[in-house]
Structures are given as C-alpha cells and as structure tokens.
Design a protein around this ligand. Structure first.
Ligand code: NAD
Length: 339
C-alpha cells in the first residue's frame, strides 16, 4: 500500500472501525496543498479490504486534480465505507463515521458519492460539521450530470465538429443518480440512448421513460455508438476493454475510469477522444464546495459553465501537443498542485 501511496503522492491514509455498528471505513487525504481535502463517501461492497483502500487512494488523487483544475481552494480526499451484506442500523453507522470525520478536525470534508444519499449525510452531520450535500444543502448529482452533459457537447464539438446531439448514439453505462439524470438531458436533446446497468429495474425505467435501448452491461462498451459515457463505478477502461470500444469518444461521469494512464494513450492511438473524468465530472464537487461555502446559486451556475470551456481547452492542448487529453489534464493539474 505504501508503494501505491508513493506513486500517487498520497499524503495520508486513515482507517477506522467501530465494532458496535460494524463500520469499516477508510479516509484518504491525497493533498491539502490548495485547501482542506473534500471528497465523497462511497458505501459499496468490495472483494477485500485492500481493494477498498486502493480504490480510495486512486479516487482521492482524482479529487485533488479535479479541485485544482476547477479552480477551487480545496485539496483532494475520499472516503470508502465497506458495505456488508447486512447492516443493523444504517443511521448509527453513518453517525459513527461522522465522529471519525470530526476527529480529522476539518482536514477532510465529505459528501455524497456512489451508494450514499443526502439522508446518510444528515446522519454524518449529527457528529460533525465537516460534511456537505445534506438534505438541507442538496444532492450534487443533478449538478454533476449537468456538467457532464455540457462536457459531452464540448466533446462532440471537438471530435465530430458539432455540439448538436440530435440523433447521436450515446451509450450510458450506469443509470444511477448521475447516469439517469444525464440520460434525461441527452434524451431531451434528441440523442439516441443505449443503456446498461447492473440493476435491471433502472434499465426498465430508462426504456419506458426515455425510449432507451437496453444492453447487457458487459455488451454495452463494445456496441457501436458515437459517445460512450461510463457512469458506473470502477475503472472500466483497461488494456483489453479499450480495444473493444467502437465509439468516437468517451465522456462520462464515473470517477477513476482508466486503470492506467497508458490506457489513455491506447485511446488516442485508436482515434477515440477521451474526456478526462476529473475534468468532465467536476459539477458535483463545484456544487458541494460552493454550497458549503454559502455561495449563491447564480455563482454556482456560472462556475459550472466553466467545465465545458476547460474541457475544450484541454482538447485544444492535446491536439496541438499530439498527446492524450488525459496526459494534458494531468500535467495541468500537477502544475497547479506541485508547481
Ligand atoms: P450511483 O451509485 O447512484 O449509480 C451507479 C450506477 O451504476 C448504479 O445503478 C450501478 O448499478 C451502476 N453500475 C455500476 N457498475 C456498472 C457497470 N459496470 N455497468 C453498468 N452499470 C453499472 O452513483 P452516482 O452517484 O450516479 O455516481 C456514478 C459515478 O459518477 C461514480 O463513479 C461517481 O463516483 C461519479 N460521480 C458522482 C458524482 C455525484 O455527484 N453523485 C459526482 C461526480 C462523479
């Protein structure tokens, strides 16, 4: 684990257990260079504890890059709570987690992420003030989706020469809080939707409400489409899966989409334009960070509009330098973080 911390330049790793509630949690603070580390709290099952910790480390690094490029005075962090098949008292579990967040004395601020809700954040808020996206401050997912939608238009413009999504085939992998909200916007813009989710109930709703075409989750990525939008969890793009893609661009909400940066080079060689995850999905972070600071909605909306222009700038650099947008975004973020 130390090797992974060193290679990702991770600052600290905090492990917490609370036997009465069954809580097993990890908080990773990747960087406090630009401010306190803000990062969502995942509540998902993992194959083993090491995978949960490694996931949190990769995700926290992405949060540092995301905050830096979004121009927020924040560092990057992430929390993962390992989900067991049976939980006696969910509220007590999140309250216990809140006590641990509080023990970090504001160095880490948490928020909603995959598997958690604003109600869980309310439970955390019983024990600490270092939490956002409570029911009072609101769910960031619609804002994340709004940013990804704008980013998909910017991606279509850069790769296909038009940001008109009418008739474009967009494959949305994962119809959760962000994926479904994104699918709704794509449908409203006239895009043809191809969808998958591990939960067939969510797929049925998209078929009925958005006229989406359903696919088995393992088949979607290799289906011909214009834009592949990963909106699930986990690094779905690896050396093998990338060779099966049959799209012009990849642009989706999921955090930590690539197993390695070399995968971005493979995409580049295949002529598939990649919208770096931490650039395109910054809408949720922007929303939680600015609401936590008490910023008004007009300013938040203006800040969200910056996502598409930042992405366009990254694409322009990438084209000029003949490098993957993922490498360009990493260089820009690391310059802001490390000088
Ligand atoms: P969610 O838990 O609400 O939804 C995720 C959905 O993806 C679930 O329905 C799950 O069944 C499905 N899924 C997971 N793996 C899949 C796969 N391989 N194929 C098909 N479906 C799959 O999570 P969310 O809040 O919608 O977040 C989705 C992604 O976007 C996550 O990676 C998250 O970190 C990222 N993200 C979320 C926000 C936010 O504000 N919620 C902001 C930025 C980024």
């Amino acid at each position: 684990m130390f090797a992974l911390m060193q290679s990702t330049r991770t600052q600290s790793l905090h492990l917490f257990t609370d036997p009465p509630t069954g809580l097993k949690a990890v908080v990773v603070i990747h960087s406090e260079q630009l401010g306190p580390a803000l990062g969502g709290c995942r509540y998902l099952p993992y194959a083993d504890d090491e995978s949960a910790i490694a996931d949190a480390i990769h995700l926290a690094q992405g949060m540092s890059y995301k905050a830096a490029l979004a121009g927020l005075a924040l560092g990057g962090g992430k929390a993962v709570i390992v989900r067991n098949a049976h939980v006696e008292n969910r509220a007590a579990l999140f309250e216990a987690f809140g006590r641990f967040v509080d023990s970090l004395q504001g160095r880490f601020i948490t928020a909603v992420d995959s598997g958690t809700s604003t109600l869980d954040m309310d439970c955390i808020a019983q024990s600490t003030q270092h939490v956002t996206s409570t029911t009072a401050s609101g769910d960031p997912s619609p804002h994340a989706a709004m940013g990804v939608f704008a980013g998909i238009r910017a991606t279509a413009m850069a790769r296909l020469g038009s940001d008109n999504l009418e008739g474009l085939r967009v494959a949305v992998q994962g119809l959760g809080n962000v994926g479904y909200a994104l699918a709704e916007q794509l449908h409203a813009a006239g895009a043809e939707l191809l969808v998958s989710d591990l939960d067939q109930g969510k797929v049925r709703v998209a078929v009925e409400q958005l006229n989406a075409k359903p696919f088995a989750h393992e088949a979607l990525a290799s289906t011909p489409c214009d834009i592949f939008a990963p909106c699930g969890v986990g690094p779905v793009l690896n050396g093998q899966s990338v060779m099966q893609l049959r799209c012009a661009a990849v642009a989706g909400s999921a955090n930590y989409q690539l197993t390695h940066l070399q995968v971005a080079d493979q995409l580049e060689r295949r002529g598939i334009l990649y919208a770096p995850d931490y650039v395109i999905n910054a809408g949720g972070l922007i929303y939680v960070a600015l609401t936590h600071r008490g910023t008004d909605h007009g300013t938040i909306t203006a800040h969200l509009a910056g996502i598409a222009s930042r992405l366009t700038e990254v694409f322009a650099h990438a084209q000029a330098e003949k490098r993957s947008p993922a490498r360009v975004a990493q260089t820009l973020a690391e310059r802001l973080l490390y000088g």
